[in-house]
Design a protein around this ligand. Sequence first.
Ligand code: F1P
Length: 297
Amino acid sequence: MGETTYMEQELRSQPETWRAAAKIGSGDTPLPAAGARVAVVGCGTSWFMAQSYAALRERAGLGVTDAFAASEAFLGEARGYDAVVAITRSGTTTEVLRVLETVRGRIPTVTVLGDPDTPATSLSDETVALPFADERSVVQTRFATSALALLRAHLGEDLAGPVSEAEAALADPLTQEWLDAEQFTFLGTGWTFGLANEAALKMREASQSWTESYPAMEYRHGPIAIAAPGRVTWLFGAAPEGLEGEVAATGAQFVCHDRDPLADLVLVHRVALERARVRGLDPDSPRSLTRSVMLDG
Ligand code: F1P
C-alpha cells in the first residue's frame, strides 16, 4: 500500500458526508418543488450526477427534468423551464457560470456547490452548499455522490440503507481481476446510467484506464463486441434479462452487485484508486486535468 492520498481520505468519508447531505436534502431547501419543469446542468462528473437526478425525478413523477452538459444546454423560451439546477463542486467552471449568466432574470436558478465562496454563488438565485463534501483531490468522489445523496433525499428517498451499504462497499475485498483488467465497460438503466458514465470517467481520470459506458440495453447494439477475456462488464442496478449470459459467453467478467447503485460506485472509486497505485500514478493530480476548467474570454 502506498501513502494515503486525498482521494482515499475523501472517498472513505462518503458515508458521513452522505448522511449530512441527506439531512439537508430532506429539510427545507430551495430545490425545485414537485411539478416544476427543470433543466439540470453540470460538467464532467457533475453532469453525470445531473443525469442521475433527472432520471430519478422524472421517473418519480415529480416533473419534466432534463440533464445537459452545461456547454450543450437548450434553455430557450420554447422549452418552458421553471427552474435550472446547476451542480458544480468548484463554483468556477466556466460553462456552468455561462449558463447561470445566460438565464439570469429569466429562469430561477439554484446551484448545488462545494465551495460557496465562488462566482457561482453571486450568479445564482439560490444555492445549496455542501462545504463538508468539498475535496482536495482533483478527482471528485464525495462531492458528486453527496450532491446526489442530497438530491435523492429531496426527492423523498431514505438514504439510511445506501449509507450503510456504502460502509460495506468500503470494506469489500477488491478482486485482483479488477486491478489487472485491460478494459471496463460500465452499464446502467434509468438513473444508474449517469452512475455508469461517472464510473467510466473516474477510472479514466484516476488511473488512465480504458473504459466505456452505455445504457444497459444499448450495450447489445454493438458495444458488446469489445467484451473479451481479461475485460470487465460492470452493471449498476438490476440486470436486463439475458445480459449476464451474453456477457459470460464473451469470456468477459460480468459484475453486478445486489446493493444500492450509488454505494456500488464507492467500490469503483476504490478500484480506480488501486489501479492508479499499481500503475504508479498520483490520483490527486491526474494527467491533463485541473480542479475546474476555467476558459478564457
Ligand atoms: C467539473 C469537472 C470535473 C472534472 C475536472 C474538471 O467540475 O468537469 O468533473 O473531474 O476536474 O471539472 P465542477 O464544475 O464540479 O467543479
